[in-house]
Design a binder for this molecule. Structure first.
Ligand SMILES: [Zn+2]
Length: 94
């Protein structure tokens, strides 16, 4: 019967270098089955800069990453990736 075991439990088991291969196999057989947990939440593949502009001039004063909220001053619109979370930035069509 197929079942699922914890990757970390296997790594912990084989971290003991003194075990023979037979002991490792027996240890894997004795690991408890785990129930996989579904990933929750939506993870965007791309983000965009949210611009905050000066009321009087329209100049972009600072920008905020749509994924992590990282705030950058000045030239953020030229950055292709957020320096904080690493998400790829896409230009938002207006
Ligand atoms: Zn970010």
């Amino acid at each position: 019967m197929d079942d699922l075991i914890s990757r970390q439990a296997v790594l912990d088991l084989i971290a003991d270098y003194d075990l023979s291969m037979g002991q490792v196999v027996k240890g894997i057989h004795n690991l408890p089955s785990v129930i996989p947990q579904p990933k929750t939440g939506y993870e965007p593949k791309t983000g965009h800069w949210i611009y905050f502009t000066a009321v009087n001039t329209g100049e972009i004063i600072w920008s905020k990453c749509s994924k992590c909220g990282n705030e950058e001053r000045g030239c953020a619109q030229r950055m292709k990736y957020c320096p904080e979370c690493g998400i790829k930035m896409q230009e938002v069509k207006k």
